[in-house]
Design a protein around this ligand. Structure first.
Ligand SMILES: Nc1ncnc2c1ncn2[C@@H]1O[C@H](COP(=O)(O)OP(=O)(O)OP(=O)(O)O)[C@@H](O)[C@H]1O
Length: 317
């Protein structure tokens, strides 16, 4: 059974189509990234998954439970870490987590609450009032709150926005452990390095549509390739290499290479043409390159039509 099944979800705010028919299947045990620029529809989709916002059409299930008609069961399977920090300032951290446990009918949950606090470095603040916590500490409590009922599916909406390195490391250590133990994790973030490191599969949203969906490694390989940067001290680039040029600036050229084996023939062609290399560097593509290429409509119009078509019929490969 899928952890989250999203089927043709549409959502409009007045004249704005925030989601234009999104379909995605997130399997149990995945660490899934949902990426997109500001306004792409990520938070709208997450709030629909969480049952906090209703789609105009289409539906979402969490572990087979419809998030609208079977809300309570869907919610029991789900822990959502929202973007916004909202708290009752009068309770301590431990009280906040006990109250949250109560929403799920969990009475004797202290053992797990202690373990969650320990793993998020919150133990020292257990008896501190929420209002006395720093922003970063409050965010830790938000994460802890989402985990009190040990949900099989954990959704994190920009959990590391504006937080320090220590919390990021603490958070990813704990979330990765939960993922290894079988929990499904869905993450939205603007930190592409973080997504590249954590997620095994990624969907990219643009203007409410899924424009790319693949494993992280396949996305990086399939779209951006790598670049060989060469700076020539004399001679010029032979015509045979022109089709590989991604960028040219005087004697500096950035050439597309798909694998290491492509480098040797390029060097051979340069040598053969009498060009002398002053400086050379092989630059691996990363998720940021892929993201920028996909979000750049010029590229998607000219180069990735097939890619876009593949997903328009339902979004899932
Ligand atoms: N309650 C609302 N009323 C009207 N428009 C809204 C509402 N919520 C979101 N929108 C609009 O819907 C679009 C999608 O917003 P959403 O917050 O889902 O995007 P996002 O991908 O999460 O962006 P960000 O990365 O900035 O968090 C945006 O254009 C936003 O302005």
């Amino acid at each position: 059974m899928a952890a989250i099944q999203i089927t043709n979800v549409k959502k409009r705010y007045q004249s704005l189509q925030a989601l234009g028919g999104v379909s995605l299947t997130i399997e149990e045990g995945e660490f899934f990234g949902l990426l997109g620029p500001n306004g792409a529809g990520k938070t709208t989709l997450i709030s629909i998954i969480a049952g906090l916002n209703h789609p105009d059409s289409g539906n979402v299930t969490v572990h087979g439970h419809d998030v609208v008609s079977d809300y309570r069961a869907a919610r029991r399977n789900l822990g959502v870490v929202p973007q916004e920090l909202v708290f009752d300032p009068f309770f301590t951290v431990r009280e906040t987590l006990r109250i949250q446990s109560g929403y799920y009918g969990l009475k004797n949950n202290d053992k797990w609450i202690d373990e969650v606090m320990e793993n998020l470095d919150l133990t020292g603040k257990a008896d501190t009032n929420m209002r006395a916590l720093s922003g970063g500490m409050k965010r830790r409590v938000l994460v802890a709150q989402a985990l009190v009922h040990k949900p099989p599916v954990i959704v994190l909406d920009e959990p590391t926005a504006g937080v320090d390195v220590e919390l990021r490391q603490t958070l990813w250590r704990f979330i990765s452990r939960l993922n290894r133990e079988g929990h499904t994790v869905v993450l939205t973030t603007h930190y592409l390095e973080e997504a590249q490191e954590q997620c095994n599969r990624i969907a990219m949203l643009k203007l409410g549509q899924v424009v790319a969906l693949d494993s992280t490694s396949a996305l990086i390989k399939r779209i951006a390739g790598s670049q060989l940067l060469v700076n020539l001290s004399s001679g010029s680039l032979p015509a045979a290499l022109q089709p590989l040029v991604l960028h040219a600036d005087g004697s500096k050229f950035s050439l597309r290479v798909n694998e290491y084996a492509d480098v040797e023939p390029i060097l051979g062609a340069l040598r053969h043409a009498g060009a002398v290399i002053e400086d050379m560097q092989l630059q691996q593509a990363d998720l940021e390159d892929v993201f920028l290429q996909i979000m750049d409509s010029k590229v998607s119009a000219s180069g990735f039509n097939v890619f876009a078509d593949e997903y328009s019929a339902g979004g899932v490969k």
